[in-house]
Write a protein that binds this ligand. Structure first.
Ligand code: PXG
Length: 465
């Protein structure tokens, strides 16, 4: 068997890839025909591929490389930890220093009384933990009927059977027997696409009140928790109207409902504070974390849990856990990532430099004929592509057709910017500098212009009736 290296010709790597590697959320046949891009190295906000392109990564990998690529401190910590204690578990009344230190640090960083951490290997695993944790919490409090978790359509909470059920992605529910029982989805606060004639403020309130309606309909004695991303990420960077979260918080306070803030994307500086819950002024009982926790350098996630929930759960045995819960290497790397975020004041850089600059440039994109709205919170932003800005019209073509063309033009211009349907989204590394933001915006403009030309050529510049 040949040794696979960075120096092999791209076509050869692609052929071996399509022979043996099944990709997530990808049509295998289509990828085999086209050939995947092979990423070979990365530094700062820049990726290199096997054809020698230098690509700017406006998605921070998959929303996770908050400190940027190439931080050798994390590699050194990983190597040191592997030599000292590469693995041990945290089951059966055992612990180790990296898990202790990381749990303590997270309790210090997390707001309010969120002082306890249950570790997982990913955001999906952490949300599976949350399903079982909130149901167990109510069962232990003598209210076993409180088992329904309310979530939202077009939410993303992971890809395992549990977390995928929490999520509200119709295409995911169509495969493999999801959702599991006792998950209820209400509508999302997506004013641009669904707000009709309401003002954003009216619409935000109306969508929040769907939570109250659902609780009353299901019965307060049936509902365990509400889960939501402070700002929806994978659903298209949907920034809720200002009226939304205060109303949700009021409803969660009024009824006996635990609030789970899924901070997998919003956490660790993405929204301009350590947690999205601080930016959106939410008081969760549980926060789901992953991604930026280690800046993606190691797979790790978890649930940060309130004193009250941890006290109740701690009264019995919680029959739950993963081989890699609190993995020592992942924990040590996450801790080093948090040290860098803190000591280099990366959140301050976002607040003072990167986010204001990106917001100004990003919002200017609305002068493009195809861009209807630009939304941004901290370092996560989206633009809506539309054939008619006044009416917020959708395209007549299959949703995502225009977005896909635009993404292709981004890739062709060495910019990683994603599409969700006909929205384009960004979430760059938090350490990005203004001159690098200029590169993103310049390339985005070129890509938008090229996409606009192609859309008109292809007869796609047509509004849905
Ligand atoms: N919650 C949220 C809010 C997420 O965004 C998860 C949970 C699941 O985390 P893991 O670590 O199990 O992947 C996520 C993950 C996309 C995309 O295409 C987004 C995610 C993952 C993969 C692709 O935007 N988010």
């Amino acid at each position: 068997m040949t040794t696979i290296t960075n120096h092999m010709p791209t076509a050869e790597l692609q052929a071996i890839d399509s022979a043996h590697h099944m990709h997530p959320f990808t049509a295998g046949d289509e990828l085999a025909a086209k050939g995947p891009r092979v990423i070979t190295r990365a530094e700062g906000v820049w990726l290199n591929d096997s054809d020698g392109h230098r690509i700017i990564d406006a998605m921070a990998g998959l929303w996770c490389v908050n400190i940027g690529y190439g931080r050798t401190e994390l590699a050194d910590v990983a190597a040191r930890q592997m030599r000292e204690l590469p693995y041990y578990n945290t089951f059966f009344q055992t612990t180790h220093v990296p898990a202790i230190a990381l749990a303590q640090k997270l309790a210090e960083l997390a707001p309010g009384d969120l002082n306890h951490v249950f570790f997982a290997g990913s955001g999906s695993e952490a949300n599976d933990t949350n399903i079982r944790m909130v149901r167990t919490y109510w069962a232990m409090k003598g209210k076993p009927t409180k088992s329904v978790i309310i979530s939202r359509k077009n939410a993303y909470h992971g890809s395992s059977v549990g977390s995928g059920s929490l999520g509200g992605m119709a295409a995911m529910h169509a495969q493999g027997g999801m959702p599991i029982p006792d998950i209820h989805h209400i509508n999302q606060p997506h004013w641009w696409a669904e707000g009709g004639d309401m003002t954003p403020e009216e619409f935000g309130l109306a969508r929040a009140r769907e939570l109250e309606e659902a609780i009353l309909e299901l019965g307060e004695d049936r509902v365990a928790a509400f889960i939501a991303e402070p700002v929806q990420g994978a659903g298209g960077v949907i920034v809720p109207p200002d009226t939304y979260w205060p109303e949700i918080q009021r409803i969660c306070d009024k009824y006996e409902i635990l609030l789970i803030a899924d901070e997998v994307i919003c956490g660790f500086g993405r929204t301009g504070n350590w947690f999205g819950s601080q930016t959106l002024n939410i008081r969760p009982d549980i926060m789901t974390i992953a991604k930026g926790l280690s800046s993606g350098y190691q797979p790790i996630g978890g649930s940060i849990v309130s004193d009250e929930v941890a006290d109740v759960i701690g009264q019995g045995e919680f029959n739950h856990g993963y081989t890699y819960s609190g993995h020592p290497v992942a924990s040590a790397v996450a801790l080093e990532n948090l040290r860098i975020l803190e000591e280099e004041d990366v959140v301050g850089h976002v607040q003072r430099v990167a986010a204001p600059y990106l917001k100004e440039k990003w919002e200017c994109l609305t002068d493009h004929p195809m861009v209807g709205e630009a939304r941004i919170v901290g370092m996560m932003g989206s633009i809506a592509l539309t054939p008619n800005k006044e009416t917020r019209a959708k395209f007549a073509s299959e949703p995502g057709t225009v977005g896909y063309i635009c993404r292709e033009r981004c890739f062709a211009n060495n910019l990683v910017m994603r599409h969700v349907g006909d929205r384009m989204i960004i979430s760059p590394p938090l350490v990005i500098q203004p001159e690098e933001i200029d590169v993103i915006i310049d390339r985005a403009r070129i890509a938008l212009d090229e996409a606009f030309t192609k859309i008109k050529e292809d007869g796609l510049w047509v509004a849905a009736s």
